[in-house]
Design a protein. Structure first.
Ligand SMILES: [Zn+2]
Ligand SMILES: [Zn+2]
Length: 130
C-alpha cells in the first residue's frame, strides 16, 4: 500500500491512530493501526512496514493516547517477522514480541527486560497527524 493510500484511509476514520513500533528481530520500523472500539478502548487491526524516513516525516510517536489496548483477530502481526504481540518498553516505545518470549531487548533504547504477562499497557505514543 502506498503512503497516500494509507493517509486517506486514516483521514476517513476519525477514531483511528497509527502506532509506531520497531521489530525486535530486524530493527525495522512498522506501523500499527488502532481503531476506537468502546469508550477508551483501542483495537489493533492492521500492521504495515514503515521506513525510518516515512516514520520521521509523519511524526509518528509524538503524542500519547490513553485507554485500553487490545488486538483484533484480524491483526496480521509484525510485517517484518510475523510476531503477533507487542511490547511497550519503559522508555515509552513499542516493539514486536513473540508470545512465547520472556526476555526482551528493546530495539529503541537497547535495554533488556522480562515480559510481565500481568502488565497492561494504558498509554501509547502515537502520531500527531491522525
Ligand atoms: Zn518483528
Ligand atoms: Zn526501550
Amino acid at each position: 500500500m502506498k503512503d497516500t493510500d494509507l493517509r486517506r484511509r486514516c483521514e476517513t476514520r476519525l477514531n483511528v491512530f497509527i502506532l509506531l513500533g520497531r521489530c525486535q528481530k530486524t530493527d525495522r520500523c512498522f506501523g500499527v493501526r488502532f481503531e476506537e472500539g468502546a469508550s477508551d478502548e483501542w483495537i489493533a487491526d492492521w500492521a504495515f512496514a514503515l521506513t525510518e524516513g516515512v516514520a520521521g516525516r509523519e511524526r509518528y510517536g509524538q503524542k500519547n493516547v490513553n485507554g485500553n489496548f487490545s488486538f483484533s483477530l484480524e491483526y496480521p502481526g509484525c510485517p517484518h517477522c510475523e510476531n503477533m504481540g507487542t511490547f511497550a518498553c519503559s522508555c515509552g516505545k513499542v516493539s514486536c514480541l513473540d508470545a512465547r518470549q520472556q526476555n526482551v531487548r528493546c530495539p529503541w533504547c537497547r535495554s533488556k527486560g522480562t515480559v510481565d504477562p500481568e502488565s497492561t499497557v494504558n498509554q501509547l505514543g502515537v502520531g500527531t497527524d491522525v
